[in-house]
Design a protein around this ligand. Structure first.
Ligand SMILES: [Zn+2]
Length: 92
């Protein structure tokens, strides 16, 4: 069964989409998923916002270099589109 689904989707589901990065709530196939930075999934806008705010606070403290890393990660992931699935996908 597992191999059948792996073939169906082309590649394995990345584990980061299985649960909210903040509160660890499982993300179902049909639930809304809120993406942040292209590789972090959240169950709600509130959870994502909390992560964004904590990241921004961190970035403010280390300023340089972090900004360019963030930009390249975002453009790479939005171009591939491989994170799209049945739920509503909201990209920060
Ligand atoms: Zn959450």
């Amino acid at each position: 069964m597992a191999s059948y689904y792996a073939g169906l989707f082309g590649n394995e589901e990345p584990h980061f989409l299985e649960s909210c990065s903040l509160c660890r709530k499982p993300l179902g196939l049909k639930s809304d998923i809120y993406m942040y930075r292209g590789d972090t999934a959240f169950c709600s806008e509130d959870c994502r916002q909390e992560q964004i705010e904590s990241d921004e606070a961190k970035e403010r403290s280390r300023k340089k270099s972090a900004r360019s890393l963030r930009k390249s990660a975002e453009s790479k992931d939005s171009a591939s589109g491989k994170n799209v699935r049945t739920g509503t996908l909201v990209v920060a």
